[in-house]
Design a protein. Structure first.
Length: 138
């Protein structure tokens, strides 16, 4: 069975016992910029694998209820954090505080792979305020 399909069908223990803040959240989702897979989640945290396609970027956005920590495991990330551009190399990491405006982009020729750790009081996919979006989702 495809590993991504398996994650889609499998709920974490926290989802099964009703303790997850957002048990309706998808385990795997394709987006115009790439995809994400939820690896683990529990009270106050969620861990995702993000894959950003070459030449794509996520929306310039912020979250009202969560902070994020990104670790680049493959490729080189171009990160905008509160209007300041940063390059995060493979093995590097960057923190995104609650309400910080942020975006990640892949200017390289191969998929950019990150591990994202979310921490906060609400971790739903609807906690996104998009300020600018290449895919007109603002």
């Amino acid at each position: 069975m495809d590993g991504n399909k398996e994650m889609t069908d499998k709920k974490s223990d926290s989802s099964l016992d009703g303790s997850s803040e957002d048990s309706a959240s998808p385990r795997f989702d394709e987006r115009p910029w790439g995809s994400f897979t939820v690896l683990d989640e529990g009270s106050g945290f969620k861990v995702k694998r993000l894959e950003v396609l070459p030449g794509k970027r996520l929306s310039y956005q912020y979250h009202a209820h969560r902070a994020e920590h990104w670790v680049v495991v493959k490729g080189k990330a171009s990160v905008t954090l509160d209007g300041v551009d940063h390059i995060v190399d493979e093995g590097g990491a960057i923190d995104v505080p609650v309400t910080a405006r942020h975006r990640i982009a892949n200017g390289g020729p191969e998929r950019l792979v990150l591990i994202e750790v979310q921490r906060g009081s609400y971790l739903g996919e609807d906690d996104i305020v998009r300020l600018h979006d290449d895919f007109e989702r603002t």
